[in-house]
Design a protein around this ligand. Structure first.
Ligand code: SAH
Length: 413
């Protein structure tokens, strides 16, 4: 579909701004840079609006002093996502272009490292709340988390064409947004919009530190690849020479391919998803890496327990599970799953081998996570000597507390 025709039929944002006042604690949070205003903290509102209307928040103590401007979303408890605070702003293509340009500047060093797959915009952390934008070579994947972006898409995409042109834009809508059909105006999850090229891409290949990977933004997890683990994969490459490597929760084999290039003797990739493992085999092939690489499509906990009972041992074990804690209530069970994983991972790690264990649950505190791993090792009668604790890659900046989620321990057992 012709992109511009499509965009120009979307509704424009309303010219009438909503004026809001909020509770003192919410005001304090906002002044400290928090990017959300929740429905419950709104104390006064000029009128109700539609998703994407601009809301201006005024100071409670001083008569009508500007505090912030943001995207209004009546469908979400996150009622306003802040675009700018302190200074008033006109939200238009120029404003988006500025934001996109600063995001692109942060990522510029990646292109120099032979990397053209990266997160160009990491939502709130890059000042564009509720929106994620990933680049895979010539393709951009735009993921929206709120209908509030839809009336601004034309301006946003005009800005994008100036800052970071692409052949296609693939649109992804998060699960709750997919259900809000009355606000979608013909947008649908997975739709591919042609910008420069006419034919849709069939296979998306991109480079990461010179390695070739494929991404399937429509059927894959996240936007097709776990871009956030790039630096940890590069660390694994350096530790892999001559090693037998077990990559648990491998997805499409990111860590496996790096280990292979790093000279691993053999690699075993385990994931519950058979299509992900098929992609892992193809990713090895894209890089003409021919070391022995086996895959097992099964539950990781079961595979690890079985391998331990068969007394299989590896030199390097990577544990990169999905998010375990989706809410505050799940933190305890997440920690117990991490503890169990450490024990199972150590059960197949030879003495002197290296354990790499990651968590992508933002609700699990980094120190608590690392402590949990050590405790579990101790209970298993193993001592871990830390090599490194790592966090976020540069294309996943942390702009506010909830923005920090990734942590990873590298340790020798
Ligand atoms: N390490 C990967 C990303 C892992 S994401 C990379 O660098 O690309 C987490 C993966 O865990 C997903 O691929 C998901 O399919 C897999 N998974 C989820 N539950 C699982 C389970 N019980 N057993 C095995 N794999 C599981």
């Amino acid at each position: 579909m012709d992109f511009n025709t499509f965009l120009s039929q979307l509704p424009a944002p309303s010219a009438k701004r909503i004026a809001l006042r909020i509770s003192p604690p919410a005001e304090r949070a906002l002044r400290q840079g928090h990017p959300w205003v929740f429905d419950q903290s709104i104390t006064e509102q000029s009128h109700t609006g539609a998703p994407g209307d601009l809301a201006v928040i005024f100071d409670d103590a001083h008569a009508r002093r500007f505090l912030a401007i943001g995207l209004y979303d009546p469908t979400s408890p996150i009622r306003v996502r802040i675009l700018q605070s302190r200074e008033p702003a006109t939200i238009n293509a120029d404003w988006f272009q500025n934001k996109l340009a600063s995001a692109a500047r942060v990522r510029a060093p990646l292109e120099e490292k032979n990397t053209n797959g990266y997160r160009l915009v990491h939502g709130e952390n890059d000042g564009l709340p509720g929106l994620v934008l990933d680049r895979y070579a010539d393709i951009l994947v735009l993921k929206l988390y709120t209908p509030a972006w839809i009336p601004h898409l034309k301006d946003f995409c005009d800005a994008l064409a100036q800052v970071s042109p692409a052949s296609h834009l693939i649109l992804r809508l998060n699960r709750s947004l997919q259900k809000q059909t009355e606000f979608l105006h013909g947008l649908s999850d997975g739709m591919t919009l042609s910008l420069l090229a006419s034919r849709p891409p069939n296979l998306i290949l991109f480079r990461e530190n010179g390695l070739i990977f494929e991404s399937d933004p429509i059927h894959g997890q996240k936007t097709g690849f776990f871009l956030d683990q790039r630096d940890n994969r590069a660390r694994v490459e350096k530790l892999s020479k001559g090693k037998s490597v077990l990559n648990v929760f491998s997805y499409t084999g990111g860590f496996s391919v790096y280990a292979a290039r790093g000279g691993a003797g053999e690699v075993l990739s385990v994931d519950i998803s058979a299509p992900a493992l098929e992609a892992a085999l193809r990713n090895m092939a894209h890089n003409e890496l021919t070391i022995p690489h086996e895959t097992i499509a099964e539950d990781a906990f079961e595979v690890l327990a079985r391998m331990a009972s068969e007394k299989l041992l590896f030199d390097l074990v990577i544990l990169d599970p999905p998010m375990f804690a989706q809410s505050e209530k799940q933190i305890a069970s997440a920690l117990s799953a991490y503890r169990r994983l450490t024990r199972l991972g150590l059960g197949v790690l030879r003495q002197g081998g290296t354990l790499v264990q990651a968590s992508c649950s933002s609700r699990v505190d980094a120190d608590v996570f690392f402590e949990t791993i050590h405790q579990s090792a101790k209970e298993a009668g193993r001592k871990l000597t830390e090599i490194e604790r790592t966090g976020h890659a540069l294309d996943h900046p942390i702009g506010f507390k909830e923005g920090a989620y990734l942590k990873c321990l590298f340790a020798r057992a």
